[in-house]
Design a protein around this ligand. Structure first.
Ligand code: F6R
Length: 251
């Protein structure tokens, strides 16, 4: 595992975008797995900026979402599909048909989850972007999730709903349920890139990277993967006991 402490949030976003750019331009580029959330806004904006300047093209990239809320209207701007459409499809040359996610409006959610699991496996994710919840979740695998889990409908815990309320209009609460790739699904990606910024991420980052591998801290499953890069800013790195394995390389 490589841990990169970037000087600040903007540098962390640039460093993450560098890794995505190298992946997209590599000969072995396969599908790109995308996370959403506040932390990802910086890296996605950086990637979109590079596309707009002509320095990067996503024309041949397929992207797969990690998760999606269940219970929002199809055109709700807070859905993860709407968010990725706004942040990555509209400002770049990524084709709208190249963005894939689970359909939370399928009346048979069980079949939808099985189908999305099959599609993600068939896509062979080459690089998977990840954020981490303050409760240690990855995607929407909440504490207690099996490390062998696959794509399924989950109930969001109150910590997650309260953290994510900032992305919803005042007075609106995030849904109680979501579809998420499972932990085993995520671990199938060839490379994982976790980005975490800000003091609220210090404890989950330390528990995930330096604590025991346990279903109580779903992100601790990253320790089981052979190719993980973690990009953090200094507040998120504050509780790490070990020195980062690599200094930040500026773009
Ligand atoms: C969402 C996802 C989540 C977020 C996590 C951190 O697609 O995968 O695991 O990455 O909740 O969210 P922020 O960055 O908003 O703190």
């Amino acid at each position: 595992m490589r841990i990169v402490v970037a000087p600040d949030r903007a540098a962390a976003a640039q460093h993450a975008a560098d890794i995505v750019e190298r992946f997209v331009n590599s000969a072995v580029a396969t599908a790109l797995g995308i996370a959403t959330g506040e932390t990802m806004e910086g890296p996605l904006a950086e990637i979109a900026g590079r596309c707009q300047r002509g320095a990067l093209s996503l024309a041949h990239t397929e992207v797969y979402l990690l998760d999606e809320y269940v219970g929002l209207k199809p055109d709700d701007p807070c859905s993860f599909a709407s968010t990725v459409n706004r942040l990555l499809v509209q400002p770049t040359d990524l084709s709208p048909g190249a963005m894939h996610g689970p359909n939370p409006h399928n009346p048979d959610l069980y079949a939808e989850c099985a189908d999305y699991e099959r599609r993600v496996r068939a896509a062979r994710i080459g690089l998977q972007l990840l954020g981490i919840g303050t409760n240690g979740h990855i995607a929407f695998n909440e504490p207690g999730s099996s490390l062998a889990s696959s794509t399924r409908v989950v109930q969001l815990n109150e910590q997650t709903r309260s953290d994510n309320a900032r992305a919803f209009p005042d007075g609106t609460c995030p849904p109680r349920a979501a579809i998420t790739q499972g932990i085993a699904t995520i671990l199938l990606a060839r490379k994982l890139l976790l980005v975490a910024c800000g003091q609220p991420k210090a404890r989950p980052v330390a528990r995930a990277l330096e604590g025991p591998v346990t279903r109580s801290v779903p992100a601790s499953a990253l320790q089981l993967h052979p190719d993980v890069t973690v990009v953090v800013d200094p507040p998120a790195a504050a509780l790490l006991a070990d020195e980062p394995s690599q200094p930040c390389r500026q773009a």
